[in-house]
Write a protein that binds this ligand. Structure first.
Ligand code: G3H
Length: 538
């Protein structure tokens, strides 16, 4: 570990290409195709990076964002509702090819902003340079794959089906007005993994950026404005409960795409007056365990568990949040884990080869310290050198052992660099942990004996959304289904699934009589309907 005293940089140590010359004061926001200017109060954007002036550490203030109110949020909603126009608006009736063109235009404009967005990802949420670049590139790939997948979907819908004396054409159509909200840990990628599918399927959108990772949307505002017709995408800022609560209460939100806590999702959903009308797609909390069996390849298990629990400081919904290690390999596992952990470099997001960086959530370090103290009270110890040391927003990973069910860290999603470790004797103990958990996103199993692995797979397949064998938990590849059970998710996302969740199948059906065939044939031949058509995009 670097000396904590020196972890935060002096101003002159910040590489010039990553420096923010002066705070970015954002006053613009996008409603109804207009870039409006906010004259009211601003919300300061504090970086997790502190600056060392030789004597004191001061938290960097990198800018401010508009503290919009309920009034502006409702204006954004009005614009989205008008653009949708009960399904008769330009956007929902445009057709797949036209909508793809707009999204492609946006993608081209977005790519031009890569450096600026990456820089802000580093400053706003402390994400290492490489991971920030990866987040940006992965998002662009996701958009490209979405376009490809939609073309395929469209091709498959461009035909008539015949069944039991009926002929029909089945197509996917939009749902209405979508409210999209992303999380701070992937403020670009996770947000766009709902926002782009919502748009491309013909919905109109109100987008509220995450709590942290807000300024990084600013370089994309103009791209949104130029690429989409007025009202199709509206971007609003301000306090979540005030602005988003007001939107839900109107009952005019048709789709709620939210990545955050299950409590937050519950509270917001309940505000909608007609819950049956609200479709929700939610990515929520998780407490993914790793289960290390006696015959596991320990080098691989340790490598995957270190990455799984500590990539982006453990701030991934898919992170490994508790490690269950068979008692026969516990000692060796812990010793290898410690030496791998000791190799991780601490520093600033731009530090070459850095893994461990400051945490963006205010109060997070105190929360992690509380979890550690609570675990200690119930018999655990910090077992790694320097574990739990902290300075301002930086917290050095703490390996906790032995963890038991009296401790908060056994149940709570720490979403940070605390690694709870438990030993187990029989596989049933590991199965019970998963079955009794409130969460059901993913699990990792490490082992080599096929019979034992198969037994665990079968025990977990009705408990979680993905079982990872000899690998950490993760969302990617983005074409794979990503979901969860219990308090972990609602609905399934993947490139293809996202297109489904933001749309509904509608069909035109008729009895296959000669007269009806003639009518249908003439509509198709003369291109009289946009819906009933066998045209498709090549
Ligand atoms: O925070 C949750 C993300 O969806 C996890 O994605 O597994 O690719 O890091 P990831």
């Amino acid at each position: 570990m670097n000396d904590l005293k020196n972890i935060f940089p002096r101003k002159e140590e910040i590489p010039p290409q990553f420096a923010i010359a002066k705070p970015i004061e954002q006053r613009e926001y996008l409603i109804n195709g207009e870039m409006r200017t906010w004259e009211g109060k601003l919300n300061p954007v504090l970086s997790p990076v502190f600056i060392n002036d030789g004597n004191t550490l001061a938290q960097a203030v990198i800018g401010s964002t508009p503290l919009l109110t309920e009034k502006e949020a409702l204006q954004a909603l009005d614009a989205a509702v008008a653009a949708y126009d009960q399904g008769h608006g330009y956007w929902p009736t445009l057709g797949v090819e036209g909508r793809i063109e707009h999204v492609e235009k946006f993608l081209a404009e977005m790519r031009k902003q890569r450096d600026e967005v990456v820089k802000l990802l580093m400053w706003e949420i402390g994400k290492p340079l490489k991971d920030s670049q990866k987040e940006f590139d992965r998002t662009c790939d996701y958009i490209e794959d979405t376009i490809k997948s939609l073309k395929e979907l469209d091709r498959n819908s461009a035909k008539l089906v015949e069944e039991q004396g009926f002929m029909a054409q089945i197509r996917r159509v939009p749902l209405g007005v979508a409210l999209c909200m992303g999380p701070f840990n992937y403020p670009l990628n996770e947000t766009f993994s709902t926002l782009i599918p919502a748009l491309i399927m013909g919905n109109t959108v109100v987008f509220k950026p995450a709590k942290y990772g807000v300024l990084l949307i600013r370089p994309l505002l103009e791209a949104f404005r130029q690429s989409f017709p007025a009202g199709v995408i509206n971007i609003t800022y301000g306090r979540g409960r005030e602005t988003v609560g007001a939107l839900m209460e109107t009952g005019r939100i048709d789709v709620f795409a939210f990545i955050g806590t299950n409590k937050g999702a519950n509270d917001l959903k309940k505000l909608h007056p007609k819950l049956h009308r609200l479709k929700a797609i939610l990515g929520l909390d998780a407490k993914n365990p790793a289960i290390v069996l006696p015959d596991a390849d320990l080098d691989n298990a340790v490598k995957e568990c270190v990455a799984g629990s500590l990539s982006f400081n453990g701030q991934r919904c898919t992170a490994l949040k508790i490690l269950l290690v068979h008692k026969s390999v516990l000692e060796e596992f812990i010793s290898k884990f410690k030496s791998e952990l000791a190799k991780l470099k601490s520093g600033m997001p731009w530090t070459d080869g850095v893994s461990l960086t400051p945490l963006p959530e205010p109060g997070k370090v105190d929360y992690l310290r509380e979890l550690v103290e609570d675990a200690k009270t119930h018999g655990a110890e910090i077992i790694n050198e320097n574990g739990g040391q902290y300075l301002e927003s930086f917290f050095y990973p703490a390996m906790l052992y032995p963890v038991n069910d009296k401790m908060r860290v056994y149940y709570e999603e720490q979403f940070g660099p605390v690694i709870p470790i438990m030993s187990f004797d029989g596989a049933q103990e590991a199965i019970d942990y998963v079955v009794n958990s409130n969460f059901g996103q993913q699990v990792s199993i490490f082992g080599s004996e096929s019979k034992e692995l198969a037994k665990l797979m079968d025990a977990f397949c009705n408990q979680v959304g993905r079982i990872n064998v000899n690998a950490q938990c993760q969302r990617g590849p983005d074409t794979f289904p990503f979901n969860g059970r219990k308090d972990s998710a609602e609905g399934t996302l993947s490139v293809a699934d996202a297109l489904r969740v933001f749309s509904i199948r509608t069909l035109v059906a008729t009895k296959s009589t000669d007269a009806n065939k003639q009518i249908i044939g003439s509509i198709i031949r003369n291109r009289e309907s946009a819906f009933l058509s066998t045209d498709y995009i090549v």
